[in-house]
Ligand binder design. Sequence first.
Ligand SMILES: [Cu+2]
Length: 143
Amino acid sequence: MNLINKNEYLINKSIFNYWIFILLGICAISSLDQQLLRTAIAERVQITSAKSSNTTVTIINFEFQPKNLTVGVGDKVTWINKGARHGVTSDDGYFATILKNGEYFSFTFNKARVFTYYCQFHGGPGGRGMSGKIVVLPDEGNK
Ligand SMILES: [Cu+2]
């Protein structure tokens, strides 16, 4: 191997190393993207399962439990009264009912928005006293 060929060989070798470095960089970035994607999917699944598992509100001890509930558009929420006579009345008139002990009432939420409601005997609109909130998230094609 003469001097010129050896220099050419060294230049080619350093270009090769440079490309390996670039390729490794691309792989690292794409694996980072994959990781972010997986995390996003995992979070999405968690939100979805939380939505579908908790659609019951229990009325007990002069409280709505849970007080705040998040559901998706099209989800049905059922209020079950395990106390004395209570009401379930939406602040803006979407629903209104009175429940005796053991009775229940269901409402299907078809609009993505926040619904606040109260018991007309022990609470009032605007989150006063015995009241609750249903947050309805838009359907993002996960059903
Ligand atoms: Cu009440």
